[in-house]
Design a protein around this ligand. Structure first.
Ligand code: HEM
Length: 482
């Protein structure tokens, strides 16, 4: 046999032998967490339905708080509802957001990256400078000013819509009403723009269409975004997304054309910060950022208020107790009521608006307690708050609305640190101070003057945010005896 032919056989044989020895001798990789008890088809159907939280709750009950979901992905998809491991995942600054999920939000914003979708956290990255700059808009001094605008918007709604409905005994579709009022408030407070009701309805409609197609079609069906023009939903998405971008550009132009004196008053607001930040490469980037804040800020807060009212309407005793506490305080102090804080926290625990939670891609492996299994590098980890916040570690009756568990000395007071509806770590919610201020302003206003009763109970529907779908309440003006 010629030497070159022998070499042709010997080299692959040696490589195969070396690989065999390596496979036999290398330490066995620690096993992955157990698999959820469902087929891939069942899992995909459940995870893309509005009932994904029930499905994940049932999986956790059967296999434990950390499990793998069989999904058609190249990386393992692992669900974590064990509080310490969830915290370890979210708190680790090196983990990133998985591209396939967060990039879907960019197709709403003209395929431009935003603070919400950016994955790179390195020094000088877009996310880092955008987060640092926009966080200033949520400093307490600015949140106070935004809160004034919040109270004005809600007072107008109470005068124009709530008072007549209460006088006539008409029930209200709470999600529709609160979404309209909150988007008007966010546009005013964050962008200095007075949004008329019909324009607000159009923006809400376009947002719904654009998000639905981005996350339910483009993110799931390969090449559907490329061929958007070939199907009706793709074309509807393009129209809605263009209108939303045009609306955000209109708010930016409206701000720029304000007289200098008015602009100076708006110093430090979100629109002033975004407009004045020269690091944005173009107005297309500024417009996309404005749109992302508008989307992230309005339905989250509106639906959180809706859930609080729903919980109180379903628990007349807690509602009466809170109202009595509020009435005992001067109106300007009511936002500081301890029971109010407990009610808001309990409602956000039981029905977190971000029920799907946070999703992270691990940039390094995470060994699990006991050392028996590992979350491998590259895995996609989902921490669904809608499941985590109702796990047994919470304390007594985790599925029940019991605000008093949050009060100092309450039965579960020291077990609730793992309830974090705004997420944890560097990618937590940048707007949480505004959201909490809105809740602590609006709920006392609505509760001190009105009693709320249930006309139709909601079904929790999760699509990006957890909505009390179908919630109808009747308000009755409170008659005070003292
Ligand atoms: C009750 C109301 C709110 C809740 C429950 C909430 C919840 C959250 C959560 C859980 C995240 C992390 C998402 C993730 O890990 O992927 C987040 C991120 C974010 N939120 Fe909120 N949010 C609320 C209100 C707001 C408001 C009022 C704004 C602004 C006006 C806002 C702007 C943002 C932005 C820009 C991000 C992305 C931050 C980043 O990646 O650095 N949110 N929010």
């Amino acid at each position: 046999m010629p030497a070159s032919a022998a070499g042709l056989i010997a080299i692959p044989a040696a490589a195969a032998a070396a690989y065999f020895v390596y496979r036999v001798l290398r330490p066995a990789a620690p096993p992955l967490p157990p698999k959820a008890p469902s087929s891939m088809l069942e899992t995909v159907a459940a995870m893309t339905s509005p009932n994904s939280i029930e499905f994940l709750t049932a999986c956790a009950e059967r296999v434990g708080p950390i499990f793998r979901l069989p999904m058609p992905l190249l990386r393992p998809l692992i669900v974590v509802v064990e509080p310490k491991v969830a915290r370890a995942v979210l708190d680790n600054p090196s983990h990133s957001k998985p591209l396939f999920m967060y990039a879907a939000s960019e197709s709403v914003a003209g395929n431009v990256s935003t603070i919400f979708s950016a994955r790179d956290h390195s020094a000088g990255s877009k996310w880092q400078w955008a987060r640092k700059a926009t966080a200033k808009a949520f400093h307490p001094s600015h949140v106070h000013a935004m809160n004034v605008s919040c109270a004005e918007c809600y007072t107008r709604w109470m005068d124009e819509t709530l008072a007549p409905a209460a006088a006539n005994g008409h029930p209200l579709k709470m999600c529709d009403e609160l979404l309209l009022t909150t988007i008007q408030f966010i546009c005013d407070a964050a962008f200095g723009y007075q949004l008329a009701r019909d324009e607000a309805e159009a923006v809400l409609h376009d947002t719904q269409v654009a998000l639905e197609v981005s996350f339910r079609v483009f993110a799931l069906v390969p090449f559907s975004e490329t061929f958007w023009w070939a199907f009706a939903k793709g074309r509807a998405h393009r129209v809605a997304s263009r209108r939303l971008l045009a609306f955000s550009a209109k708010m930016l132009e409206a701000y720029r054309s304000l007289p200098d004196g008015r602009k100076a008053q708006m110093n430090g607001t979100l629109i002033a910060i975004i407009d004045g930040n020269a690091k944005y490469g173009s107005d297309a980037e500024r417009v996309a950022e404005i749109l992302m804040f508008l989307i992230a800020g309005h339905d989250t807060t509106a639906l959180a208020v809706a859930w609080v009212l729903s919980d109180l309407a379903h628990h007349a005793h807690d509602q009466a107790e809170l109202r009595a506490e509020l009435h005992a305080m001067p109106p300007a102090e009511r936002s500081k009521s301890a029971l109010l804080a407990a009610v808001i926290k309990e409602s956000m625990r039981l029905n977190p608006v971000a029920a799907g939670g946070s999703v992270r891609q691990l940039e390094q492996a995470l060994p699990l307690p006991g050392g028996k299994a590992v979350l491998p590098e590259g895995a996609i980890v989902v921490v669904p708050f809608g499941v985590l916040f109702r796990r047994p570690h919470i304390g007594d009756a985790p599925n029940e609305f019991r605000p008093r568990r949050w009060l100092a000395g309450g039965p579960d007071a020291d077990r609730l640190a793992d309830v974090h509806p705004f997420s944890l770590g560097r990618r937590n919610c940048v707007g949480q101070a505004l959201a909490l201020a809105e809740l602590h302003t609006v709920v006392p206003m609505l509760l001190a003057e009105y009693e709320w009763e249930v006309v139709q109970s909601p079904r929790a529907e999760l699509f990006l945010t957890n909505k009390p779908e179908g919630l109808m309440l009747r308000a009755k003006r409170v008659t005070r005896t003292s």
